[in-house]
Design a protein around this ligand. Structure first.
Ligand code: CP
Length: 331
């Protein structure tokens, strides 16, 4: 694997290898080892043309824990605001000696463009492109689900997939790169996926995606769900015609306090509630749900560091072994 651009490109074996490597990385963190020397002397550039909190910070933490040098580049405040192109920006980074470029861009396909050209000879990781894909988010979501699923079944998560797990993904699917990456990855890992959204917030062609589609969240919950993922309503990408009123949206498609209680009434005692963040509390998810013991929101953030360490390690170390070598901590 030279780049990580999409979950559609990942075979089940590739995905499980990344998740297993992330487990090794998490185990290192749990032993309170602060750093591994695996990527000493390598340079990772975080190239962000759109805002981010979780993805940018966790890629930075992941690279530093692997002893890589990190350069953070935000388009705001850079020469991009003077009109510098993606090509010239990328070639500037190449001249600096980037080994990996982690790119978030408002244009769907920008990371693919970067990877397909000879502008830069670095591994490209898609950290979210337009409404298209966010593969490391889907991988950290799958990692979180796999740990939960293994705990429920009293097994080890390593080497396993998500066969038989029922996952519902609800909300603004139309604008969600998280939904798209998750649907493909979860299907590859054997989960049964249902998208739930108002008709105006589903993309054209969704019927060809490898999942079921519903307009009714309560019916979906009644059918049984093991992981309920709520999506952020992306107000910045839509106009009023897409959207019922806030109250109507919350009542019909939000995970509110009533639906939180309904999980108990339906006997779904082990269902987890997920959200990639940032959350619109009171719109797609209530505070009671976001902060409940069922919520994995902060686990997802924590797991994101291990998954991004795994991605950087597998792309940059050139190590084809199945597991992370037992390395001497550098600090
Ligand atoms: N989930 C996610 O991508 O969050 P950020 O936009 O904060 O990176």
């Amino acid at each position: 694997m030279k780049h990580l651009l999409s979950t559609q490109d990942l075979s089940a074996a590739d995905a499980i290898r990344i998740l297993d490597t992330a487990e090794e990385m998490a185990a290192v963190g749990e032993r309170e080892v602060k750093k591994l020397p695996a990527l000493r002397g390598r340079t990772v550039v975080n190239l962000f043309f759109e805002d981010s909190t979780r993805t940018r910070i966790s890629f930075e933490a992941a690279a530093k824990r692997l002893s890589a040098d990190v350069i953070n580049f935000a388009a705001k405040g850079s020469s991009v605001s003077k009109g510098e192109s993606l090509k010239d920006t990328a070639q500037t980074l190449a001249a600096i000696g980037a080994d990996a470029v982690v790119i978030r861009h408002w244009a769907s396909g920008a990371p693919h463009r970067l990877a397909a050209t000879d502008w830069i000879d670095a591994a490209v990781i898609n950290a979210g492109d337009g409404t298209h894909e966010h593969p490391t988010q889907a991988l950290l979501d799958a990692f979180t689900m796999r740990r939960h699923w293994a705990r429920l079944h009293g097994t080890e998560s390593q080497g396993t997939d998500l066969s038989g797990m029922r996952v519902a993904i609800a909300g603004d699917v139309l604008h969600s790169r998280v939904a798209r990456s998750n649907v493909w990855l979860l299907r590859t890992l054997g989960a049964d996926v249902t998208l739930v959204a108002p008709p105006t917030l589903l993309p054209i062609g969704v019927e060809e995606w490898p999942c079921k589609v519903s307009y009714n969240l309560d019916d979906t919950l009644e059918a049984g769900v093991d992981a309920m993922m709520m999506l952020r309503v992306q107000g910045e990408r839509m106009n009023a015609s897409f959207f019922p009123s806030t109250r109507e949206y919350s009542r019909r498609w939000g995970f509110d306090d009533t639906r939180l209680r309904a999980l108990d009434e339906l006997g779904l005692k082990d269902t987890i509630i997920m959200h990639p963040g940032p959350m619109n509390r009171g719109l797609e998810i209530s505070s009671a749900a976001a902060d409940s013991p069922r919520s994995t929101v902060l686990d997802q953030v924590r797991n994101g560091v291990s998954v991004r360490m795994a991605a950087l390690y597998l792309l940059l170390s050139g190590d084809t072994r199945e597991t992370v070598p037992a390395t001497t901590p550098s600090s």
